[in-house]
Design a protein around this ligand. Structure first.
Ligand code: PNS
Length: 164
């Protein structure tokens, strides 16, 4: 059987335990998972593309079939470059659905071979978002349940630099 590479795209600004849960589960299903750090034109970022990717690389060390990459362009172009037609997305609550559905259909319109697979987030992580984490760090709230330690340190540094 042909080996299956899945692309897990996102902003990951920063990566949370919710994202990592999806990565861990996707890595058990697909032969190879590429976490692709991208730009969402609707968002303002705290971390650069490279900074976001470096933090994720540290977190996914234990998973031997997971790679991390960055791409500043269309997701379908990236998937074509990687010779993959599989996109994995995490779905939190009802809030995500409309937006994710629209993106999946747009990607399908751009490349009919693309298939988007939605994975339902673990109930434990269903309400976590990167923006919620940023708000908590700004207001000195406890974030250790939501983000890995290296990410917490990087966010603390951004806070000390006055970026948050
Ligand atoms: O974590 P996010 O912000 O919800 O991820 C959205 C992301 C980055 C996956 C999306 O904006 C994207 O695919 N950006 C790359 C540019 C692109 O292909 N845009 C068209 C998507 S329909």
């Amino acid at each position: 059987m042909k080996s299956k590479t899945a692309i897990y795209p996102g902003s990951f600004d920063p990566i949370t335990h919710g994202h990592l849960d999806i990565i861990e589960r996707a890595a058990k299903i697909f032969d190879r998972v590429i976490v692709c750090v991208m730009y969402n034109s609707a968002k303002k970022y705290l971390f650069s593309l490279e900074e976001r990717a470096a933090l994720i690389r540290e977190c996914v060390e234990p998973y031997k079939n997971v790679e991390v990459d960055c791409f500043d362009g269309l997701l379908v172009e990236y998937a074509q470059q990687q010779e993959s037609n599989i996109i994995v997305k995490g779905l939190r609550a009802f809030l995500d659905f409309e937006y994710e559905f629209q993106m999946a259909l747009t990607n399908k319109h751009l490349d009919n071979d693309i298939e988007t697979f939605f994975m339902v987030t673990n109930n434990k992580h269903s309400y976590i978002s990167s923006s919620l984490v940023k708000e908590l760090v700004k207001l000195k709230g406890e974030v250790s349940d939501f983000i890995p330690h290296n990410v917490e340190e990087a966010m603390q540094k951004k806070f000390e630099e006055g970026c948050i």
